[in-house]
Design a protein around this ligand. Structure first.
Ligand SMILES: [Zn+2]
Length: 309
């Protein structure tokens, strides 16, 4: 089984605190290791985890406020310092290309790493990966912001005992998966006879935003949703005004979208006690609920069981 997990580097919005670094998240998903929103200090936070800069295959930035991108200079320079041999793709809102260019070349350094710069130009833009599709959706924030989701297509899990019963082995298995059936001595064996559906997994990353269609589009049926909850309901009016979510709103999105494991993060420093986020969200969401802490790891939940029929 390949590794699919979220490594949390930092969880503070706006300014770091003694307990929380600026934002930063790494998603390990098969052959992809994606760094999301590296805030200030992300390079050093990586040192406290099992992820190295050399592991990174892709960087996704939601928007160009400092708590989501001030870690780019250090991280990008580190890729060259470590002589990363593979190209690293970078996605960010195209309207922020000038900010990206400045951050990328913030100081002098000897550039050896290859960045594959692929800005997000439009709502709904999709990037095909080996392990699924990365999709960007426009969010509601004072500057151009995109959230991301990674969607693995539904597939099939072949049943070895059924394959063996029909004497199907080797390249014939691949042909059966590809074509959907196999003709054996005048009898047709269909894929459905020797497999069960394997629902694809989904990861969503929603940050920073007020409630909007993009939030729901990203969260839909996510196995793991990482979503900002900067504020509590006591500051709901302020949250709406500045384009942020409350813990209750984020939790209701998760419930309405069929999310399985919910990770709340991007906390305002005005709330020293994280239990308040938990208690507020718990009243609106009864699935797996995690109030993110720096330098913790969150596994993707086990694959959904396919519904009958
Ligand atoms: Zn932010």
């Amino acid at each position: 089984m390949s590794m699919r997990e979220l490594v949390v580097l930092g969880t503070a919005s706006q300014a770091p605190t003694r307990q929380r670094n600026h934002n930063g998240y790494v998603l390990r998903w098969d052959d992809e290791v994606i760094l999301f929103d590296p805030g200030e200090g992300s390079q050093r936070q990586l040192l406290h985890t099992t992820v190295t800069a050399t592991d990174l295959t892709r960087i996704c930035v939601t928007h160009f406020h400092g708590d989501h991108c001030l870690g780019l200079p250090g991280t990008i320079q580190r890729l060259s310092l470590d002589r990363v041999a593979h190209p690293v793709a970078v996605h960010f809102p195209s309207g922020g290309a000038e900010y990206f260019a400045r951050l990328r070349y913030a100081t002098s350094f000897y550039e050896t790493a290859e960045l594959r710069v692929e800005p997000i130009e439009a709502d709904g833009q999709r990037i095909a990966l080996r392990c699924g599709t990365l999709e960007a959706r426009r969010l509601r924030h004072p500057i151009e912001t995109y959230g991301y989701r990674l969607v693995e297509p539904d597939g099939h899990r072949m049943l070895p005992e059924k394959l063996a019963a029909y004497g199907i082995a080797g390249p014939a298995v691949g042909e059966l998966i590809r074509v959907g059936h196999l003709d054996l001595d005048g009898r047709r064996v269909t894929r459905a006879e020797v497999s069960v559906p394997r629902p694809g997994q989904r990861f969503a990353f929603v940050m920073d935003t007020g409630l909007c269609d993009g939030v729901y589009a990203l969260a839909e049926h996510a196995d793991l949703l990482v979503i900002e909850s900067t504020f509590l309901e006591s500051e709901a009016a302020l949250a709406a005004e500045v384009g942020h979510l409350t813990a209750a709103q984020a939790a209701r999105v998760a419930t309405e979208s069929g999310v399985r494991r919910l990770v709340l993060t991007h906390f305002s420093q005005r709330y020293p006690d994280p239990r308040r986020f938990h208690d507020e969200a718990r009243a609106h969401f009864d699935g797996d609920l995690i109030i993110a802490e720096d330098l913790t790891t969150v596994q993707l939940p086990p694959r959904r069981v396919a519904s009958a029929g």
